[in-house]
Design a protein around this ligand. Structure first.
Ligand SMILES: [Zn+2]
Length: 282
């Protein structure tokens, strides 16, 4: 899934390549990803539009155009790619904008992402963008008080809270697991059962994990269409040794999503009814 660090890395590169350019061509390879929030065809709505701004909104890339807005949520498998106009496109390309000699390609081999076209100021009507959570990398906003006030109101599993983009801007599946690992909190712990020390640990871990990922991407400069994840400590590492204690990384389902964690350093605390893995051996 393209998450905040991926978008924070990719968007300045896209802005550099596309800002000020005019859309001359639109190719919709798979209309299933497209959501038009005004009357008209994609060509009528997009051709002739100039790219004026580019910003991240939760897990969306928000292209400000001269007459309307274009927002793309890459979701599970979506990725951006820049290419030469008329050059060879990968098979998983679903949406293309031609701007001068450059092409912006949106690739998504599972078609779970969405491309929205909407009038200015209507982007907040897009599902998931009505209310944005605390910006985790703005220390003036993401204070311990503000974070505690939000997490203390919830009774559901802490991983669901962390992934709720109306609460925290923004963590997806991969970085929620990394934050829980960093804070040594079991993913199924109920928010109302967290100790003050655990809330403080989570509050420290959220920006630390996101900033760490941002620094990693910045240092390694991966190609735009590559999702660099090899530095993650627990995500997709089932059965591998925990980098902190050596116990094996386990997987639990939280509302249908896999959550990766260390059963030894992320203790359940008895609040979720899970087996205490540390007692049944490794
Ligand atoms: Zn461990």
């Amino acid at each position: 899934m393209a998450e905040r660090p991926d978008l924070d890395y990719a968007l300045p590169i896209l802005a550099e390549a596309l800002s000020g350019r005019v859309i001359e061509e639109v190719v919709v390879k798979d209309p299933v990803v497209l959501r038009l929030m005004e009357e008209g065809t994609p060509e009528e709505l997009l051709v002739g539009q100039r790219v004026t701004s580019l910003a991240r909104r939760a897990h969306f890339a928000h292209f400000g155009l001269s007459g309307r807005d274009l927002l793309i949520a890459p979701m599970l498998a979506g990725r951006f790619d820049l290419g030469k106009r008329g050059g060879r496109r990968r098979k998983d390309t679903v949406f293309v904008l031609g701007l001068g000699d450059v092409e912006l390609r949106y690739r998504d081999d599972v078609r779970m992402g969405k491309v929205y076209v909407c009038p200015h100021e209507r982007w907040t009507d897009i599902p998931g963008l009505g209310t944005l959570g605390l910006d985790a990398l703005d220390p003036d906003v993401f204070t311990l008080d503000a974070f505690s006030a939000r997490i203390r109101k919830r009774r559901d599993q802490v991983r669901l809270f962390l992934m709720d983009k109306s609460e925290v801007d923004a963590l997806g599946n991969a970085y929620a697991d990394e934050v829980l690992f960093e804070a040594k909190v079991h993913p199924k712990t109920r928010c109302n059962k967290l100790s003050d020390a655990q809330v403080e640990a989570l509050h420290r871990a959220v920006p630390a994990v996101l900033a760490g990922a941002a620094a990693e991407l910045e240092a390694r400069q991966p190609p735009l269409d590559e999702k660099l994840r090899d530095f993650l400590k627990v995500r997709n590492r089932k059965g591998e040794p925990c980098p902190r204690c050596g116990a094996r990384i386990r997987v639990a389902g939280v509302r249908g999503y896999d959550s990766f964690f260390c059963g030894s350093c992320q203790r359940d605390g008895g609040s979720s009814g899970l087996i205490d893995w540390s007692r049944v051996g490794r």
